[in-house]
Design a protein around this ligand. Structure first.
Ligand SMILES: [Zn+2]
Length: 307
C-alpha cells in the first residue's frame, strides 16, 4: 500500500515537472552539458590521437566530406548554419586541414593515392541562393574549394522544396547565371537530381531519368565539367546499391550519401559518405566530427532553441 502511494506521488510530481517547461529545458541543457563533457574527455583522452597516429602510420587518413544546406541569419532550423558560425567553422578547417575539391578527392581514389593528412571537402545541397551571398565570400576569404549540388528543376524557379513548406517562406534558389558565375570562380556544380525526390519512392525508370536528365541539363549549361551525383535526402534507408549502379550507368563519377561516416583513399567513389552540418552541431561537436567522433543527433541544440 505504501509503495502504491509512493508511486502515485512520484507520478504526480513527474507530470507536474513535465508541465513545467523550464524544468524540461534545464534537463535537456544538463544532458547537453554531460554530452559536451564526454566529448571533451574523449577528445583529450589520447584515444583520438592514438587512432590518428595509427592512420598516419598506415597512410589511411580520413577524408571528411561536409554537407551544408543554407547559410543565413534569418532562419533557425535544422538546415541552416548562421553566418558567424559558418565563418568560424571554415576558418578552423582552413587553419587545420588540407581542403580538397571533390574532383581532387576522386583523383586520389582513382590512383589509390594515400593522403599525408586527414583532409576535408566542403559541399552544399539544394542550391539555395544564400550560399552565394553568405558562403561564397567566406570560402573565397580562406581560398577554399567547394561543390554545390543542385536540382535542375529548382534552379532559378519559385518552386518550393517539400521540406520548406512548413516554414511558409519561399527561399530563393540560385539561377543558371549565378551557377555559371560560381563555376567560373572555380566552384564545382553537381547534380542533386531533377526534382527533389526520394529515390526509393521512384521506379527504376524514374530514378534513371532523374540522373540522366539532370546530367544532360548540367552538361548543356556547361557548368559541370566533372559529373558528381548526390541523391536528395541521402539517408541510410534511401541508399541502395541499385541507385549507385544507376548513377554509374548514367555517366556520373561518384555518388555521395548524407548519413554520416568517413572516407579514405581506398573508398568506393560510388559510396562516398558525408556528414551533414546543422546548427545543432556546436563548435565542440564540429571539431569532434573532424577528428572522427561521429555525432548521431546533430540537431539537438536546434531543438532547444526552438523550444
Ligand atoms: Zn536536398
Amino acid at each position: 500500500m505504501a509503495l502504491i502511494l509512493l508511486l502515485r506521488k512520484f507520478r504526480i510530481c513527474t507530470i507536474r515537472r513535465l508541465a513545467d517547461n523550464n524544468w524540461f529545458i534545464r534537463k535537456i541543457i544538463m544532458f547537453g552539458f554531460i554530452k559536451n563533457s564526454l566529448l571533451q574527455l574523449i577528445m583529450h583522452s589520447g584515444t583520438v590521437q592514438a587512432v590518428n597516429f595509427a592512420h598516419s602510420i598506415s597512410g589511411c587518413h580520413r577524408i571528411i566530406i561536409l554537407a551544408y544546406h543554407r547559410i543565413n541569419d534569418n532562419t533557425c532550423d535544422n538546415m541552416t548554419v548562421c553566418c558567424s558560425e559558418f565563418d568560424r567553422q571554415i576558418k578552423f578547417i582552413a587553419d587545420n586541414y588540407p581542403v580538397l575539391s571533390l574532383g581532387e578527392v576522386l583523383a586520389c581514389l582513382q590512383q589509390r593515392r594515400r593522403l599525408a593528412r586527414p583532409s576535408v571537402v566542403v559541399t552544399f545541397d539544394d542550391g539555395y541562393r544564400d550560399v552565394l551571398i553568405n558562403a561564397i565570400p567566406v570560402l573565397k576569404k580562406y581560398n577554399l574549394p567547394a561543390t554545390f549540388f543542385v536540382n535542375t528543376e529548382f534552379v532559378g524557379s519559385d518552386k518550393q522544396f517539400y521540406h520548406d513548406l512548413r516554414f511558409g517562406i519561399n527561399f530563393d534558389k540560385l539561377n543558371w547565371d549565378e551557377l555559371k558565375y560560381m563555376n567560373t570562380m572555380g566552384f564545382e556544380i553537381g547534380s542533386h537530381g531533377v526534382g527533389h525526390h526520394r529515390l526509393t519512392s521512384l521506379s527504376d525508370e524514374q530514378v534513371l531519368k532523374e540522373m540522366a536528365e539532370s546530367k544532360r541539363i548540367l552538361v548543356e549549361k556547361k557548368i559541370a565539367k566533372r559529373l558528381f551525383f548526390a541523391p536528395p535526402f541521402g539517408r541510410r534507408e534511401d541508399d541502395s546499391s541499385k541507385a549507385r549502379a544507376f548513377a554509374k550507368k548514367a555517366g556520373y563519377e561518384c555518388y555521395l550519401t548524407a548519413y554520416g561516416g568517413y572516407n579514405s583513399f581506398n573508398s568506393d567513389p560510388f559510396s562516398l559518405k558525408r556528414v551533414v552540418i546543422g546548427p545543432g552541431m556546436n563548435f565542440l561537436a564540429f571539431r569532434a566530427c573532424l577528428q572522427g567522433i561521429a555525432i548521431k543527433k546533430p540537431y539537438f541544440i536546434a531543438k532547444i532553441k526552438n523550444a
